[in-house]
Design a protein around this ligand. Structure first.
Ligand code: FE
Ligand code: FE
Ligand code: ZN
Length: 274
């Protein structure tokens, strides 16, 4: 069975997202931990979190994925910006323990001219300050498209970050199909080759989640513009190979395509048919 869901709005609470996921045929979902532009998160409603956990158990949910605000930049040149990333992630990870054993994903950040090596160093510094021994959440680095000075568009960069993290058993990777394709990894014509490379550089045991998005732009474009499944440059045949691939098919898939709920529902239906 395919484990699939989409990005949902957290505004009505945890249980509401779980019910929405089921209503559109999913058994997981992704949500922002707070306003994507940052800012203070609502206090956790423990009863609501518990109700979601119960619903997830009853309906055989796969792990859910919390996404950090995409404006976080743990490798900014500006110390205040890095401090904000640290505080947000620390708070998010503490709150994630109300939903134990799930996933937390973040964009490694942009080095803004300091160079990739400096970026890698700063990102791992933040991770070393926010990870804690008895946490149950797995923290995922997202593969990036390589727009501007983004760190994480090469598998080697993600590996280098993980290598510097002391509690590296808490770390994994979320592969975004649009981002890796934009980053130059040809998952359309050479999925096996890309997975071999991932395994050689990072290790497939680190691969914990897939963001499943088509791309508005061709291979290697470094643009990061998501497209609906089958309507972009990756194409439907490639997505059939992706969701049925023996290495990938048991992972959780999260749609971040430009859709409302009814569009997500159709994509979930389409991908489940494979
Ligand atoms: Fe993302
Ligand atoms: Fe993504
Ligand atoms: Zn993206």
């Amino acid at each position: 069975m395919l484990n699939i869901g989409c990005h949902l709005s957290v505004s009505k609470g945890f249980l509401a997202m779980g019910k929405q996921a089921i209503a559109i045929g999913g058994n997981t979902f992704q949500f922002f931990t707070r306003n994507p532009r940052g800012g203070k998160a609502k206090d956790i409603d423990k009863a609501d979190a518990d109700a979601l956990l119960e619903l997830m158990k009853e309906n055989n949910f796969a792990k859910i994925l919390a996404h950090a605000p995409y404006t976080l930049n743990p490798c900014s040149k500006d110390e205040k910006t890095r401090e904000f990333a640290f505080q947000t992630m620390e708070d998010d990870l503490r709150r994630m323990e109300y939903l134990p054993h799930n996933l937390y994903n973040f964009h490694p950040g942009s080095h803004v001219g300091q160079g990739v090596d400096k970026g890698i160093e700063l990102i791992s510094e933040v991770l070393n300050s926010v990870l804690f021994e008895d946490m149950t959440t797995t923290v995922l680095l997202e593969t990036m498209a390589g727009k501007g000075s983004e760190v994480g568009s090469r598998f080697e960069e993600l590996r280098a970050i993980i290598d510097r993290v002391e509690l590296s058993d808490k770390m994994g990777v979320c592969l975004d199909t649009c981002h890796v394709f934009d980053g130059g990894y040809d998952i359309k014509e050479n999925l096996d080759g890309v997975l071999e490379e991932f395994d050689r550089v990072i290790g497939l045991d680190r691969l914990k989640a897939i963001h499943i998005n088509d791309s508005k732009n061709p291979l290697g474009s470094h643009k990061d513009r998501h497209e609906k499944i089958g309507e972009g440059f990756i194409g439907l045949d490639a997505f059939e190979r992706i969701v049925t691939h023996p290495i990938l098919r048991s992972l959780p898939f999260y749609l971040e395509t430009p859709n409302e709920l009814d569009g997500y529902q159709k994509e979930i239906e389409l991908l489940k048919k494979f």
